[in-house]
Design a protein around this ligand. Sequence first.
Ligand code: 16G
Ligand code: ZN
Length: 569
Amino acid sequence: HAWAQTYAKATRDHPLPTESDGGAPIQFSYGTAGFRTRAEILHSTCFRAGALAAARSLAHGGQTTGIVITASHNPARDNGVKLVEPNGGTMPMALESVAEALANASEADAEAQIAALGEAARMVDASAAAAARASDRKPRVFVARDTRASGRALADAALAGIRAMGVEAVDRGVATTPQLHYYVLATNTGAPDAEADYYARLAAGYAALTEKDEDDMTETENDTDNFPPLVIDCADGVGGDKLAGLSEAVESYGLRFDLRNRGNAADSSLNDGVGSDLVQKARTPPMRGGFESLEPGTRCVSVDGDADRLIYFETPRSPGEPIALVDGDQIAVLIADFLGEMVREAEPYLTDVRVGVVQTAYANGASTKFLTERLGEPPACVPTGVKHLHHKAEEMDIGVYFESNGHGTALFSPAASKAIEEATVEALTQRAMPQVKALLALTHAQRCINPAVGDAMSGILLVEAILRVRKIKGSIANLYYTDLSSRQTKVVVRDRTTIKTVDAERTCEKPPGLQEAIEKILDDEGREKVRGRAFVRPSGTEDCVRVYVEATDEATVGRVTDAIVEKVR
Ligand code: 16G
Ligand code: ZN
């Protein structure tokens, strides 16, 4: 390899951490969403991840790839690194073991690192390989980071890793995870990829989707114009600045944001007492940002530390009441229902385009039941982690996927996009105006969505647009169904790897007897009557086991949880 020598020399300047894990070297693993751990031990990993992203650019004939330095919703002291492929997607799972071999090879063993990089530079599917051979692009990697204090130094390590491969490294500065994914996709498809272009694209999609036609205009000064500003908890993270940028782009279309926890206050603290993870799991409003003094029932959004998740909630209707949560499941149903209706209204010009939904086992059973009835078949269920959901949604014409925690988006297959375009032309020729209107809504929705990955910013625009189009001004909690009670519990065990799950994490295959015990606990409660459901799985991001229990009432959920936790310990 042309780069082997320079790389072998450079890697010596980026040694592995000197700390060890009880005598043994620290083992880095490419978890659910990249390498993620305490920031101070990530230096060599970021250098090597930079080299890996460079190898991926080489593999794709010089198409741009990317690196994001972030630990999302995890504490400020952590950091992490994830790779972005030329299509704006996440690193293929088949490369995870290569990435781990690279991250864990000793620095003296440059050979092992070079072997792993060589493998990454070769691993492409046949069509990509052919395109790569035909390409004469100059290889390049974009690097972005969130607002963590450790980010600058780790980004520098990644930039050095890219340059060690003789590949151009572009520092894209501070950005959200979905922004960087978008930049990579945009540049490879010849679209403008500056930050302002990203905002302009989303804002234009929002504007077009919410533009009023004549019928609406004649309504008495449509009061949907007077939506109050949307209150957004930015988790004291990168979303603070970036949502301010988006806000400028959408303001003239009547969408206003009231941004809180922007990371610029004296008491700012990333993800600590704020952010979507807290709001969704603890079902409380953010602890800072003045949420307690909002009007009862105010619609709010919480994003996470790298702004790829969003959760809606409404402040308590009366003192002492909990917030009304609008989690990823409810957001998915809102979006899928809207897109599904547009598809139906576009008939007979649009045919054979179906809207599907992808969930995980954590989806509230009430949402699954609702969708099963609405779609005529159960939504797809896959293991936790965006990569699994995204992958499945790619198989659908229009695939809406969301995790309950707010990661998600809607994907339009190339065939569906083309069918929508063609149907629009046909319907216009026939002057079939209701169908044209529905088809244009599908076109505009695609622009309002980040086409690369789930994105809190584009998610907010899409939801807000749907609410305006549908003239929904009141509460959006439990709009379609009422959530069953549920609880997620964290259990610390000696070795979480002894638990192995199958069937999209819904069944424990190991250790022997655990699944039978769970079944018996549910049966003893009268499973059917209480609509009981429970599962146990090892976390992909923390050293713990997660227990999920759902039933019609809190008391049952509590009893089942206690009984299962006892079996797991
Ligand atoms: C990561 C995943 C998220 C998943 C979570 C589960 C991405 C971008 N993020 O944050 O999708 O819900 O891990 O963590 O894939 P857990 O296994 O610790 O519950
Ligand atoms: Zn995130």
